[in-house]
Design a protein around this ligand. Sequence first.
Ligand code: HPA
Ligand code: ZN
Length: 345
Amino acid sequence: MSAVLAPDRLAEFLHGLPKAELHMHIEGSLEPELMFAMAQRNGIALPYADVESLRAAYDFHNLQSFLDIYYAGASVLQTEQDFFDMAWAYLLRAQADHVVHVEMFFDPQTHTERGVAFDTVIDGLKRACDRAAGELGVRAELILCFLRHLSEDEAFATLEQAKPHLGKFIGVGLDSSEVGHPPEKFARVFAEARRLGLHVVAHAGEEGPPAYIWSALDVLKVERIDHGVQSLQDAALVERLVKERMPLTVCPLSNIKLCVFEKMDQHNLRRMLDLGIVATVNSDDPAYFGGYMNQNFRETGAALGLDAGHLRQLSANSFEASFAAAADKQRYVDRLGEHCAAFGL
Ligand code: HPA
Ligand code: ZN
């Protein structure tokens, strides 16, 4: 069956396409309006006069220039209700974009460093995730990320704090400043996480070299690579990613905002698909980078000329790459098939 749809039908097909989001930092979904509301109710002063001047500061030239603002913004989060409200606002956006399954990152060290209890963070987020399944029809899971600019000892201390909550999150990841903090710095803490039965993922090859992707695979033994856009510099690595069906959670709008690619038409997502890499589309930090899931799909699709076949592949990849149970994956794939059939695909 041909994958060619007229532009308005293609937009409709994309809008309702069921999808999984596998790379989204919940702290990066905190919209300026909610940030100001939380600052006010918690008696915290933000170094910006209003929502407009905060948004105007979202002009990044690399990952670090974003992280500095992102960590400062997270300082308004104080209570369990704050974490719930942030996650709930994101989950409503996810539902509107027909995201049926989410694996959301959270950064406990950003909060425990400021004196917020680990339990406050995870309990607020988990309450929102649990409610989303029943009320929104969105299945949401949590992945705890270690901040790689901090030490492995600090990551171990965080894993210890997390141990009483093992049923509440499904895996661990690695985020924050990449260059100078290679995956192997966290070899032992990832081994311990695997021993606990947790899934493991890591940011690698966002700004860092292909060597970081190799070590995420070989040393951390990750099950997905977050970003991974630098992998295309290394033919042997591409061959391995394809052969092992190792997913990449790509975040196109993030890559443009952080100047990883100058313009969207230079993005390598389409090349990844053509090469047979299990690439997915995700929003990373949607409040900072200009859009949620469907905005990422729309802008990437328009710039790279993606057709319904590419979009179907991206949706199928997202379910394959997810940590959903086999029966849930089958339900998602069936739903994708029904959606395609409704468009004659
Ligand atoms: N890269 C690394 N760390 C992050 C990111 C990212 O894109 N977003 C939030 N923390
Ligand atoms: Zn990320």
